[in-house]
Design a protein around this ligand. Structure first.
Ligand SMILES: Cc1cc2nc3c(=O)[nH]c(=O)nc-3n(C[C@H](O)[C@H](O)[C@H](O)COP(=O)(O)O)c2cc1C
Length: 364
């Protein structure tokens, strides 16, 4: 029996299997609006047979975008475009859908990932970036404005409002993006947070911004729906945010009924000492999992079915996110089902294409 293809619940949602499509920015929106690229891309992935699809980092306000081409959820027009995307997907797929809410902070106003990294100034469609402290990522990025406490309060509200809009647009879950060096992570880490008020200094102060966002989303958001959080479990840098702090944070979130934790790493500072390789982030997920009851997702260079199966069956994580491998081969899940003898869904239009002898694994 494949454990990867066994069902699991996240809060109120049942997932058919433990394969997660992680958020992947498409840098293809104008004015935050989803368009036909998003329909083609998410339409395909929603029919891949995965257990959960998380839509890309979606900004809670225009200044919260990574690039001018990110999805947004700050107004009615943006909400409507996500609602249209979801209802089109829903014609053909019942996959649970989460959306990742982000504020990019000092890493905002940059080009799409496939272009050279160079800050886009306001006169070319960019904006003045913001952060806990006025420290630039490096010389190719803008020096951010250090947020005032009033400005922090506005951003907390924008997260809650975007969550309400996501709910109205038909999204099943929210994922708060607290990883990869974006604004929330900038508050978490002492490397980027040099504040002397109640949002900086001690661990309790550095996690305050995230907890305020989490609580305000929970208060506003339909209580039937679930809220998970993605963290970077380490900055891979001496004196930065680390695994011990991640575990302490995860325990607090667990006590606050957080629906799941998605454990990534890095992205905060340019000179991180990262050790890349297959499963390189799995030990972080495993260390968190030992201390919490909520489901834990691991991610990062997990490309093979048997590799994903081993992680779940040895209980290193509850779910495995497969990003680039699944984007490159949207049939990855079905190929994995064949390799592992797992059962998964398939659109009836593809049933006749299933290799001989494996039809019993697929349910239309
Ligand atoms: C094109 C692309 C876009 C990404 N965008 C996001 C994003 O919007 N939010 C996020 O948290 N991570 C993002 N990531 C990171 C992925 O979610 C994932 O953590 C990473 O690719 C490692 O997993 P993999 O080795 O299976 O691809 C992105 C990665 C890629 C390749």
């Amino acid at each position: 029996m494949s454990q990867l293809f066994s069902p699991i619940s996240i809060g109120n949602q049942s997932l058919n299997n433990r394969i997660v499509i992680p958020p992947m920015c498409q840098y293809s929106a104008e004015n935050g609006l989803a368009n036909n690229w998003h329909l083609m891309h998410y339409g395909t992935l929603s029919n891949s047979g995965a257990g959960l699809m998380i839509l890309e980092a979606t900004a809670v306000c225009p200044v919260g975008r990574l690039s001018p081409f990110d999805l947004g959820l700050w107004g009615n027009e943006q909400q409507q475009s996500i609602a249209t995307l979801i209802s089109n997907i829903r014609q053909y797929s019942a996959i649970p859908i989460a959306i990742q809410l982000v504020h990019a902070g000092r890493k905002g106003s940059m080009p799409p990932s496939w272009k050279p990294k160079q800050y886009i100034p306001p006169q070319q469609g960019g904006w003045q970036t913001v952060a806990p402290s006025g420290i630039a990522y490096n010389e190719n990025y803008n020096t951010p404005h250090a947020l005032t406490k009033d400005e922090i309060r506005v951003i907390v509200k924008q997260f809650a409002q975007a969550a309400v809009r996501a709910d109205l647009a038909g999204v099943d879950f929210i994922e708060i993006h607290a990883a990869h060096g974006y604004l929330i992570h900038q508050f978490l880490s002492p490397l980027t947070n040099k504040r002397t008020d109640e949002y900086g200094g001690s661990f309790a102060n550095r996690i305050r911004f995230l907890l305020e966002i989490y609580q305000s989303i929970r208060e506003q958001f339909s209580i039937k729906k679930d809220v998970g959080i993605r963290i970077s479990a380490t900055d891979w840098y001496e004196g930065g945010w680390n695994l011990d702090e991640s575990i302490q944070l995860a325990e607090k979130l667990d006590a606050l009924q957080c629906s799941y934790i998605h454990v990534s790493t890095g992205g905060l500072v340019e000179n991180q000492q990262i050790q890349l390789g297959p499963n390189y982030q799995v030990p972080f997920a495993q260390a968190v999992k030992q201390r919490v009851t909520m489901p834990v997702i691991t991610v990062g260079l997990i490309t093979e079915a048997i590799q994903a199966e081993a992680i779940v069956s040895t209980k290193q994580a509850d779910m495995v996110a497969v990003g680039r491998a699944l984007a490159f081969d949207p049939h990855w899940v079905r190929q994995a089902a064949i390799k592992l003898g797992g059962k998964t869904s398939i659109p009836p239009q593809y049933l006749s294409s299933v290799p001989h002898g494996f039809k019993n694994l697929f349910i239309d």
